[in-house]
Design a binder for this molecule. Structure first.
Ligand code: ZN
Length: 92
């Protein structure tokens, strides 16, 4: 091997998962942090689990909330309009 061009190799590097699982491996980095591993991935556990690293679910829920509120207002307007139509019809 040529001198001074290779990174330091850690033969007991740790991969640390968010679930608490650790895996010992060889790497040029002493510690690697990951979000998911074979011990907690739904494919291996068979359980449904939502991994929301980018907060996409949160954003979607907020949008949904907003939309349902808007829908309520729309329903309210429509109901008011139909009520007015009914009143007009009764006056005739
Ligand atoms: Zn894990």
């Amino acid at each position: 091997m040529k001198k001074d061009i290779h990174p330091i190799y850690y033969d007991k590097a740790k991969i640390i998962c968010a679930c608490g699982n650790t895996i010992v491996t060889g790497s040029t980095q002493p510690e690697i942090h990951i979000e998911i591993c074979s011990a907690c991935h739904p494919f291996f556990t068979g359980k449904q689990k939502l991994i929301d690293a980018a907060r996409r679910i949160d954003k979607f829920q907020k949008r949904l909330e907003k939309q349902t509120e808007l829908a309520k207002v729309k329903i309210g307007r429509k109901a008011k309009r139909t009520r007015q139509i009914k009143i007009k019809k009764q006056a005739q």
